[in-house]
Design a protein around this ligand. Structure first.
Ligand code: ADP
Length: 247
């Protein structure tokens, strides 16, 4: 369970990205966070995995405060969360397999990872997740020789190899054309259904949110303006999220 309590984020000097957001996300949900550009979606995800420090409020992961945790305790909490970025964030000159193994770094002692010595179990796991995302044959290709859709699947494999309880995906299809968006969303849905991993993905288009989101959270100007099932998203709610604003 991920719990967000009274989360406010202000970027200096005075950009308010999130205003007193509170949410409870039980294990195994597929949640889409929807809202126009600048609504605070990315800031919300980044606070949840500790990439961005809240200005006020607290993030609890399985009842433990990420906000208060330091050192080893914090590293353990963050290791339970995989993150998929809009721009994939692969290391271009490394192979697909090595990019996936980067996802194991949170589990491997630092020195061994520096010399590129991953335990055998990690390699077996990396091979298995690559097969799962349909990229087994490309394991030894340089990451930057892959198409955008393939690179995003490598990024999802990198998150999976972490053996996370939750995957956060920040507009994972924003850099892809519409046909590939569906491939990425289908893969996230399969991971959610087959492994029971909680998936929280941000989107800036409504149709995908309604199609895939078990639960839809609408953000506008840093506030939650809707939180419920896809079926409850009426035209008025779409207007409350997107109407008259940027995005
Ligand atoms: P979204 O993901 O919905 O587009 P963001 O969380 O990226 O929204 O941004 C919310 C607000 O915070 C925007 O006004 C954005 O310009 C601002 N913002 C985001 N990141 C930073 C940052 N690192 N420094 C300053 N302002 C930021």
């Amino acid at each position: 369970m991920i719990e967000v309590r009274g989360l406010t984020k202000v970027y200096p000097p005075s950009t308010v990205a999130l205003r007193d957001v509170s949410l409870k996300i039980p294990d195994g949900q597929f949640v889409t966070v929807i809202g126009p550009s600048g609504a605070g979606k990315s800031s919300l995800l980044r606070c949840v995995n500790g990439l961005v420090a809240p200005t006020a409020g607290e993030i609890l992961i399985d009842g433990e405060s990420l906000t208060a945790a330091r050192g080893e305790a914090r590293r353990r909490l963050v290791a339970r969360i995989g993150f998929v970025f809009q721009q994939f964030n692969l290391i271009k000159r490394l192979s697909v397999l090595d990019n996936v193994l980067v996802g194991r770094l949170s589990h491997v002692p630092e020195l061994r990872s520096l010399v590129g010595s991953f335990p055998r179990r990690d390699r077996v796991l990396a091979d298995a997740v690559l097969a799962r995302v349909g990229l087994a044959e490309l394991a030894h290709r340089r990451a930057d020789t892959l198409s955008g859709g393939q690179q995003q699947r490598v990024a999802i494999a990198r998150a999976l190899v972490q053996e996370p309880r939750t995957i956060l995906a920040d507009e994972p299809m924003a850099s892809l054309d519409p046909a590939l968006s569906r491939t990425v969303m289908d893969l996230l849905r399969r991971i959610n259904e087959e492994d029971g991993i909680t998936v929280i993905t941000t989107l800036h288009v409504m149709d995908l949110a309604l199609e895939y989101g078990q639960r839809v959270i609408g953000l506008r100007d840093g506030r939650v303006v809707y939180d419920g099932g896809a079926a409850g998203v009426t035209d008025e709610i779409v207007d409350a999220i997107f109407g008259g604003g940027a995005g």
